[in-house]
Every structure is written in structure tokens, then in C-alpha cells.
Design a binder for this molecule. Structure first.
Ligand code: UDP
Ligand code: MG
Length: 315
């Protein structure tokens, strides 16, 4: 029998987990022609998440878990799940029931019958999300897709089923700064996209504030594109040309009309603007430098403090 590993990253999900567990079990029961492994990754939760997961693992043989020594972020949780999963197919899903678990059956059918390597999901609309967030993320996907060579899909969810082969390729991407949507696009393989209506989180709060999303956006661009660096060279070059033209103009004007001194306000404005631009690009360079710094250090992406194997020891 083939095996599907379902990876569930959890950070402070004590409110959502019980419902999630009920729903996912319905699917597992329904798909009795495959074996399942339910792999929870507790990303340093501060509430009762770990206790709940421990209980599930204690009572069900197909439930496994990894628990981090602290909060390392969702991308780290996903990587840990990828490394530990043993299935022939690997599914990823959030714990908040924003992604309908019953879709898994259809996703598996598509991979088996239509020959895709992966089935990914995206939401059709952004119902229940505030308007500023919607506008910003629309804009963000426009910009990032202009900058990177691979296609980053707007509205894609962390809900996906893929083959072991694709997962192995993802695991070969050993970078420290992990932007998963970019990694999925980078490894390629045939992916079928299915749409569903956006659902609101069943319980608890979203872990991604507006600020966190913004820094995630910068992370995404700098992980997969060097276009901002080129922008710096280009802008610098453009300003040099403009300066040369202006100097020539001033020389000619002085020779013809003499030099009645005036115009320091405009000078101040120009200085302000140019130093602003310089600092902006210095910031961009710094962003890449810090990326390289972290990559070079080769720090582990996460530390596992406890897994389901420790349960037996405790007993
Ligand atoms: N998550 C995580 N570590 C974090 C933040 C989030 O493992 O540092 C998990 C969280 O428990 C959930 C999933 O990632 O299962 C998606 O988080 P959330 O629903 O808050 O994000 P949103 O749906 O709002 O994008
Ligand atoms: Mg969510």
C-alpha cells in the first residue's frame, strides 16, 4: 500500500487542533486504500499545542511529531517535516482548517491518474481579509514576478500534495533562507493548480502580522532575485548621465550669461534626494550581504527537542 505523509506546522494552535484532528481523520478513514502518516511539527508553541499533539501520538500509531526547542518559523517547520517524512507522497497543510482536508482525495487521484508530480492549491478570492492587505499582496505578486525567473503564483496556499521525487529535489535545496513558494517554483515538475474559496481560520489568530508579511516579502525577493542590485547600478548610471548633461548646460550658460549666484534651495533638494537614493541602495546591498552572511555561517535551520520516539521512554 502506498503511504501519504501529511505535514502540519503548528504554532500556538491549541484552539484549532481538535477540530483539525477530527476533520483530517475523516479523510484518513475515507481514503482507506492508502496508508497515512500524520506528522505534526510543533514550532515552539507557548500554549498547550504540544500536550495535545503528544496525546494524539500516544493514542494513534499513525501520528508522529517533532517539537522544536523554540519558535523557528513556519519555513523551518516545513523543512523539518520534509526531512522526517517517510511517505511515497507528501502533503502539507495548515492546522487552522483554512484548507479543506477533504480535497486531499481529489489531489491524490489527480497525481495517480493524470500523471502530475504535484497538486497545489490557491484561493480564488480573499474574502474576510482587509482591503489594505489585499492591495499590498496583489502589488507584491506583480512586482516579484517581474523580478524573478520562476513564476510565483498569487494566492497559493500551503496546501499541496507532491511525489517523493519532487520532495527529494526540494531537500537538495540546502539554503538557509528558505522561501518555499520560490523553492516549489524553482524545482519545477508538473504542478496542477486547483482553486477554492478562501475560508476564515477556524479558531485562534493568524500568526502573520502585516509587518511580518512585509519582511517575508523582502525575504522572498532577495532570496530569488538580484534585480534590486541591478536597479542600484542602473539608477547610479542614469544619475551620472543626468549630472554630466547638467554640468555641460551650466558651463555653457555661465559662458554666455555670466554667473548670478542663486538657487541654494534647489541644491538642498537635490542633495536630499541623492543621499536618500544612496542610503536606499546601501540598504538593499546590506540586505543581500546579511543573506550571504547567514548562508556562510551554515547554522542549523532548527533544533528538535522532542519527537514521538521520546513518548515511549517517558512511559
Ligand atoms: N506557523 C508555524 N510557525 C510560525 C507561524 C505559523 O508553524 O512561526 C503555522 C501555523 O500554526 C499554521 C500555519 O503555519 O498552521 C499558517 O499560519 P497562519 O494560519 O497563522 O497563517 P495565515 O493562514 O494567516 O497565512
Ligand atoms: Mg491560516
Amino acid at each position: 500500500m502506498e503511504k501519504i505523509s501529511i505535514i502540519v506546522p503548528c504554532y500556538n494552535e491549541e484552539q484549532a487542533l481538535p477540530n483539525f484532528f477530527i476533520e483530517i481523520n475523516k479523510v484518513i478513514k475515507d481514503m482507506d486504500y492508502v496508508e497515512f502518516e500524520l506528522l505534526f511539527v510543533n514550532d515552539g508553541s507557548k500554549d498547550k499545542t504540544l500536550e495535545i499533539i503528544r496525546k494524539y501520538a500516544n493514542e494513534n500509531k499513525y501520528v508522529r511529531y517533532l517539537s522544536f526547542s523554540r519558535n523557528f518559523g513556519k519555513e523551518a517547520a516545513m523543512l523539518a517535516g520534509f526531512k522526517e517524512a517517510t511517505g511515497d507522497y507528501i502533503a502539507t497543510i495548515d492546522a487552522d482548517l483554512q484548507d479543506p482536508p477533504q480535497l486531499l482525495k481529489e489531489m491524490y487521484r489527480i497525481i495517480k491518474e493524470e500523471g502530475y508530480d504535484s497538486v497545489a492549491t490557491r484561493r480564488k478570492n480573499r474574502k474576510g481579509e482587509n482591503i489594505i492587505k489585499t492591495i499590498c499582496s496583489k502589488l507584491y505578486y506583480k512586482i516579484i514576478n517581474k523580478m524573478v525567473n520562476v513564476k510565483i503564483v498569487d494566492g497559493s496556499r500551503n496546501y499541496r500534495l507532491m511525489t517523493r521525487q519532487m520532495l527529494d529535489s526540494i531537500l537538495e535545496m540546502s539554503e538557509y533562507n528558505r522561501y518555499l513558494n520560490g523553492i516549489y517554483a524553482f524545482v519545477g515538475y508538473d504542478t496542477k493548480w486547483i482553486d477554492f474559496e478562501n475560508q476564515e481560520r477556524i479558531a485562534g489568530k493568524s500568526k502573520f502580522s502585516f509587518f511580518k508579511l512585509c519582511s517575508y516579502a523582502i525575504e522572498a525577493i532577495t532570496s530569488f532575485s538580484t534585480a534590486p542590485l541591478k536597479m542600484a547600478s542602473f539608477t547610479g548610471f542614469l544619475f551620472c548621465i543626468i549630472a554630466i548633461i547638467m554640468i555641460a548646460f551650466i558651463i555653457v550658460k555661465t559662458l554666455i550669461y555670466g554667473d548670478p549666484t542663486s538657487g541654494w534651495p534647489s541644491l538642498v533638494c537635490i542633495i536630499f534626494m541623492l543621499s536618500g537614493i544612496q542610503l536606499f541602495f546601501l540598504g538593499i546591498i546590506g540586505e543581500y550581504l546579511s543573506k550571504s552572511y547567514l548562508e556562510v555561517k551554515k547554522r542549523p535551520v532548527y533544533f528538535i527537542k522532542e519527537t514521538e520516539k521520546d513518548l515511549n521512554k517517558k512511559k
